[in-house]
Design a protein around this ligand. Sequence first.
Ligand code: C2O
Length: 357
Amino acid sequence: APITTPDISTCIPSESGFNAEDSVRSNQCCPPATSSTLPKEFVFPKDTTTRIRPAAHRATPEYVAKYKAAIQAMRDLPDDHPHSFVSQAKIHCAYCNGGYTQVASGFPDKMLQVHNSWLFFPFHRWYLYFYERILGKLIDDPTFALPYWNWDHPAGMTLPAFFETDGKRNPVFDAYRNVTHVTPTAIVDLDYNGSDSGAPCLQQINTNLTAMYKLMVSNAADPLSFFGGVYKAGDDPFGNGDPSVGSVESGCHTAIHRWVGNPRMMNTEDMGNFYSAGYDPAFYVHHANVDRMWKVWKDLGIPGHSEPTDPDWLNASFVFYDENEQLVRVYNKDCVNLENLKYDYELSPLPWLKNRP
Ligand code: C2O
């Protein structure tokens, strides 16, 4: 049977996966309960335009102003509002740090974990889908789309400039980042494992492109290599580092989390730990590119590059608050086709295709 997220009323604050005594973010990760906690079935959006997510490094000043205004509006909501900055951040903690069990599938003693398995891509696709629509609603722009951090392209291999402190109050700045990486000259390391490579710029760029080729082609030849291992009702979550974790998830995805998080914090807040990652606006911009990798991988058109067809993948479900504060249940199968979700990605070249090792 598929993994089924329970009704949110069963959410339990948990302290799994981080050191709660030294945490700087809340470990009370359950979503706020509103009058109706019973989720409705999701319906596809009826939007007439497709939201196009732009590459962060190419974003225009007008777009950046809009993006910042939307995040500011989210920060201005009271914490207990389902659309608040804090509530959105807590979604990640609830789904990754033991907030939910598999009680809805009949396994109340098994934790539900959306990482380290084939739930990784669909869960985060849905998470961003609602987050983006909530931001658009807050600024009354039904075409608003999240930026993506184009770290697979040399021009996008630094933290996007709009995240840096600009001397003013920047709503997308986060105080818990690695200060040595938050500069326009630090090139991301897509193999980052906690220590800086010290490689000169051009060499680091080349290493990154080769890493991308491996994660998207050499080590991702079939659905499970790319998406991650089978995880269904009754299974214990895989651990971090398990060989069945999908190529992109265990590779560049995790490397960037660790590269952005502050190594001086006990839990490498914010980006370096599941419980706190959602508090950094960079999380969503990073994940937009992770989500883009799913589309790119499929569009490469290589035989084997397609979604799992196992009903236990197709029918796995999650619950989220939508942009109308309605709790909805969503299924993996409904997020496979981006046309149905009415968003897409601005094109960016794929230079790593030439970096076959
Ligand atoms: Cu839910 Cu980047 O992790």
